[in-house]
Every structure is written in structure tokens, then in C-alpha cells.
Design a protein around this ligand. Sequence first.
Ligand code: CO
Length: 212
Amino acid sequence: MRFLKHIFDNNRAWAEMMEQQDPQFFQKLAMQQSPEYLWIGCADSRVPANQIMGLMPGEVFVHRNVANVVVHSDLNCLSVIQYAVEVLKVKHIIVCGHYGCGGVSAAMQHKEFGLIDNWLRHLKDIYQRHENELDTIPDDKTRLNHFCEVNVIEQVRNVCHTTIVQGAWRRGQSLAVHGWIYGLTNGLLNDMDVTITSAAELDALYRMGANP
Ligand code: CO
């Protein structure tokens, strides 16, 4: 209980394997990180950013929370975005949702879950904005998965609306914000084709998000 030995065994075996592949790997990585990607994804244990994208340590900066929500008053998420954009100068911000998301599903229910209800409120607000469209889908699973997609589009917009991203574009920094969704049942990423690369595109995305 006190020591999770199997984890440390795994870790040593992994570190040895990495050093066998490249003896300088950890030394080089310890000097600096220069990832090109910021991943904003769900905290769900089945959606690990590096593994899904086939990327090594050092290649993606990661922020995860329940249901991949970007709120303009969340200092945690904003700090990650600011560091990624202004210091690391990532070229891509990826908002990645996933089908069958428990957080998104909880927001569609009327149960009380405790503290997290305050977080899920952000999702309920999105549902209400898309209620006319979502309520026409009779099948629960299809409706949930469509809401997962709608949530990604809304969060891409939220990322673009931050002062950090708008500031980067104003400075001429190359920065694309992508919306992806991941399938738990097949392990595949889908690009939702809602990529935004400049402030001029924001109105178009808004129309898509409000009436997809
Ligand atoms: Co989830």
C-alpha cells in the first residue's frame, strides 16, 4: 500500500529502454522542452495525449480536465495556455474531446454529483445553447456523442477568444487551434475540421458553433 512497487519497476524498465534507444535522451530533454503542440483534453484515463498521438516525452504540452472545458476564468487552464503560447511558442493548440465522455454525459442528467456540478454547469450552458438541435436526436447515445462534438467546437472557440491567443495572432505569431474528437472504441482521432488560424476566422467559427 505504502509503496507502489510495480509502478517503480515499470518506470525503471521504461527508463532503461529509452536510454538503450538513445543514451542521451534524458540529458537532452532535461536541458529544454520545445513541444510544438498544446493538448487540451479530457482527464479520462483512456485518453492519454502522448500515446494516442504517438509522441515522445517533450513533444506535447498537456492540460487535461473533466470534459476538456476551457473557461476564461480558470487560472489553471489559462496559465497553461499562456505558458504554451508565450514561452514555449507552440504552433498548434489541440482541443480533443472523446465520444462517450462521462463528464459530458453527467451534464445531460438531472442528478446531483456534488462539487463537480459547478464545473458541469459550463456544459449545461452549452447544451442549452444547442438545445433545439440536440433535443431532436432521439437516441441517447447519438445525442451524447453529438453533444461531445458540439462541446469541442465551443471549447475551440473559447481558446480562440482568450486574450492570450488573440494577442499571439496580433503579434503575427503562427498559431492554429484545432478541434479533434477521439473514439474510445477504435482508438482513432477525428479532425472535426474546425481549425482556426487567425482572428478573422472567429465569426465563421461562431456561426458553426451556434448552428452547426
Ligand atoms: Co471525458
